[in-house]
Design a protein around this ligand. Structure first.
Ligand SMILES: *Cc1c(COP(=O)(O)O)cnc(C)c1O
Length: 415
């Protein structure tokens, strides 16, 4: 089991919310105890605007004497609860929620750069993030250097005078590489630049980048935080002064999340630490099962000693997550037969929900690339990414086992 992470930086806990446990915070943090109509659940304030009682109230509001809501794009009470709760879970001063993880990423980046600036990103970041940085940003005269993940010397060499920040992910997709956050902090301190980590695969249960001195943490809440494969949402978290700038741009761009979606996010969050604990356990069991299976060539899971970053993962994470990547023996047709034989695991992109999902990157996410291009990116024909849900692990393992047996059967030959 992973060692406990020693927090480098204590975060302030509000006096009326002394709870240390993430399970408690997931249910209670960031919300007044007494709610509209004495409801136990968070009210969905389904409104586009907020009315003033009289001219005195307008005056109190505009003079800053009485904070309140004004217009939906600038804030909504249901959204506010989601932001506060996520901030408490991550140990951040403040947070902004978005309609998707990509909206959080793109808006955050735009809020931090101006024409002439430069950014550094690691090469196995989420594909859309990489595309955004390497193509759209260029149009605005923002330079972007992509460095190989894990090459900390190359990372430091890529930093220039105009560099605003380093963006990376940990763990990454699909090989679950782990970024050494202490090295990231050292490089950023030397050059006085910001650091951003997409922590979607880890969640605040397994990893707290802010405690390692990272400036901004981003999550696609679509995945583990909401957890039910039913909504898209994203969040960025960090110090108030940075979050204020990001929030200001977000309100100007206008793609704000709706209150009903925030309710579903809050509902999902209540069981999130329970789900992650189960997914950590199940993924470890599945990874060990796969590693010993004769039809499997190689397994990538940070909780296995065979993973190249197992040691860093033990040092900076308190759990290894619910995604297991593996390569089966054989060819593309064996991989297809494996997928076609599954009876429980659904085939599809995404991760972090209650249903187990399997994706075959070669045919699902990289179908536009040629085989040579895919192989250059490390996406082989028989690579499979398994995002473990919360089904019974015995059922998952037997589904995988029967599909692995079937995919190995030689295709019938005429004699
Ligand atoms: C899914 C994902 C995103 C994008 O999030 P959306 O909610 O789909 O926009 C970004 N980063 C990582 C690591 C992801 O898994």
């Amino acid at each position: 089991m992973a060692k406990k992470v020693v927090p480098k930086k204590k975060h302030r806990v509000p006096a009326d919310e002394p709870w240390k446990g993430l399970a408690t915070r997931s249910i209670h943090a960031g919300e007044d105890r007494q709610r509209y109509a004495d409801s136990i659940t968070t009210p969905i304030v389904q409104t586009s605007t907020f009315v003033f009682k009289d001219s005195k109230e307008i005056e109190a509001y505009t003079k800053g004497l009485k904070p309140r809501y004004e217009y939906g794009r600038y804030g909504n009470p249901t959204e506010k609860v989601a932001e506060r709760r996520l901030a408490r879970l991550e140990g951040a001063e403040d947070a902004v929620v978005f309609t998707s993880g990509m909206s959080a990423i793109a808006t955050t980046i735009f809020a931090l750069v101006k024409s002439g600036d430069h950014i550094v990103i690691t090469d196995d970041a989420y594909r859309k993030t990489l595309q955004f940085c390497s193509s759209y940003l260029q149009r605005f005269g923002i330079g972007c250097t992509i460095v190989p993940f894990g090459d900390y010397d190359a990372l430091e060499r890529a930093v220039r005078r105009e560099t605003r920040f380093i963006f990376s992910e940990s763990p990454t997709n699909p090989y679950l590489n782990i970024f050494d956050l202490n090295k990231l902090r050292a490089i950023a301190r030397r050059h006085k630049i910001l650091t951003l980590i997409d922590s979607t695969f880890a969640t605040p249960v397994n990893q707290r980048p802010l405690e390692f001195g990272v400036d901004l943490v981003i999550h696609s809440c679509t995945k583990y935080l909401a957890g039910h494969n039913d909504i898209l949402a994203g969040v960025v978290l960090g110090r108030s002064e940075l979050i204020d700038e990001i929030r200001a741009l977000h309100k100007a761009m206008g793609g704000v999340i709706d209150p009903h979606c925030c309710y579903l996010l809050l509902r999902g969050l209540k069981t999130f630490p329970l789900r992650i604990a189960q997914q950590n356990r199940a993924a470890q069991a599945v990874a060990e099962f796969l590693e010993s299976h004769p039809a499997v060539k190689r397994v990538y899971y940070p909780g296995l000693e065979s993973h190249p970053h197992h040691r860093i993962a033990c040092e900076q994470m308190s759990g290894f997550g619910g995604v297991v990547t593996f390569e089966i023996k054989g060819t593309l047709s064996n991989a297809k037969r494996f997928l076609d034989s599954l009876q429980l695991c659904f085939i599809g992109p995404s991760l972090g929900g209650v249903e187990t999902l399997i994706t075959h990157p070669a045919t699902v996410s990289y179908y536009e690339e040629t085989r040579a291009e895919r192989y250059a990116l490390g996406i082989t024909d028989t690579l499979i990414r398994l995002a473990v849900g919360i089904e019974d692990v015995e059922d998952l393992i037997s589904d995988l086992d029967q599909a692995l047996r079937r995919c190995r059967r030689p295709a019938r030959r005429r004699s």
